[in-house]
Design a protein around this ligand. Structure first.
Ligand code: NAD
Length: 345
């Protein structure tokens, strides 16, 4: 069932974890550790079936290998899922039991927060294992990763604007930001300080109005944002928005945002290219948070982290050049560069 699964991609280890006392049911997938221990979040999610949980953990752990490799980290890719409803089923006993399973792997897998888990949960897991990052700042963790994710997206937008528009700064560049959550709001602040002209949207109307007022951004509806007359579209809400229906409506020349899995299907990278739109591969431009947690520890230095995150600028330029030279999409070029880095020679 594992080796034949659609999303199995030569994963090194897939561990099914069950703890009778707490009722924990979890799967840890270690995709590749050529570059270092496998780091990836632990998702607490009410999967409808074991197959669905397995599919998710295989897919997500594979993605982490590519992400860590492109972020120039000495880390591999892994991920964990705990089956259950985080609101209803999450208990300290389950988190502790999960921590013990992580500890048994002796550092092969390092866990972190993800959908359904929090920095507080990571602190609790750390009572059972050393192999956990993303704990609360007051417990010596690196705190909210969104700020560094946003800094990475900001850096990535600068690289795209330079490559596509030949402009070294963002003054007067028209940018649409979809989603004003942890990442989006910080991004809006940075873009506004850099002199960009902003269009924003969110399903949360009061939040939208507040951000619009505070940063002098034009507020539009959630459907209107796709056709906004802008240079850059920065998706910072949901995945899957680059699809058959939305791509033809885009007026931008660049898509660069934090949302995970922006392309509904791989072929949508080609659809963007055909429309002359430069796409910044999501797992590269949103890797600032991962870079941040990788530095967690007693010697954490924000300046050092920011310098590393700024590397996203040069990696994007390298990918854009490679895509042009080899007549492939930017998405294919980033996959290929990542693979080169994590494949054992
Ligand atoms: P968040 O939940 O804090 O914010 C998401 C925002 O999007 C919310 O304000 C929500 O109201 C809004 N939203 C939801 N549906 C919308 C819609 N249809 N149209 C417009 N707005 C909508 O999430 P976040 O932490 O800011 O992350 C944003 C995206 O970036 C997610 O896809 C996330 O997976 C990805 N990401 C985040 C990080 C990080 O460090 N937080 C790292 C990597 C990737």
């Amino acid at each position: 069932m594992v080796f034949d699964a659609h999303d199995f991609d030569g994963h090194e280890q897939v561990i099914f974890c069950h703890d009778r006392t707490s009722g924990l049911k979890a799967i840890i997938a270690v995709h590749n550790t050529n570059l270092g221990p496998a780091l990836g979040g632990c998702r607490f999610w009410p999967y409808a079936s074991e197959e669905e949980a397995l599919k998710d953990v295989l897919r997500l752990s594979r993605g982490m290998t590519y992400k860590a490799a492109l972020a120039n980290l000495e880390l591999g890719g892994g991920k964990a899922v705990i089956i259950g409803d985080a609101e209803r089923d999450k208990t300290p006993e389950k988190l502790h039991a999960f921590g013990r399973f992580v500890e048994r792997l002796n550092g092969l897998y390092i866990t972190a927060e993800d959908m359904g888990t929090t920095p507080k949960d990571m602190t609790m897991i750390s009572e059972e294992t050393r192999h956990v990052v993303g704990r609360e700042a007051k417990e010596g963790g690196s705190g909210d990763p969104s700020i560094l994710t946003s800094f990475g997206v900001f850096t990535g937008i600068r690289a795209c604007v330079y490559y596509k528009m030949g402009k070294e700064d963002l003054s007067g560049v028209r940018i649409a930001v979809e989603g004003l959550g942890h990442v989006g709001i910080d991004l809006v602040k940075r873009l506004s300080e850099a002199g960009a002209s902003l269009v924003v949207t969110d399903i949360n109307k009061p939040l939208l109005e507040e951000v619009s007022r505070q940063y002098g951004a034009q507020a539009v509806g959630v459907e209107e944002i796709f056709a906004a007359d802008v240079d850059v579209f920065a998706p910072c809400a949901l995945g899957g928005i680059l699809n058959d229906e939305i791509i033809p409506r885009l007026k931008c020349q660049i898509v660069a945002g934090s949302a995970n899995n922006q392309l509904a299907e791989p072929y949508h990278a080609k659809a963007l290219e055909k429309r002359g739109i430069l796409y910044a591969p999501d797992y590269l431009i949103n890797s600032g948070g991962l870079i941040n947690v990788s530095y967690e520890g007693p010697n954490y230095d924000l300046q050092e982290v920011m310098t590393h995150v700024e590397g996203i600028y040069y990696t994007l330029l390298e990918i854009f050049e490679a895509a042009k030279a080899h007549h492939i999409t930017t998405s294919e070029a980033s996959d290929s560069l990542a693979k080169d880095r994590f494949t054992k020679k």
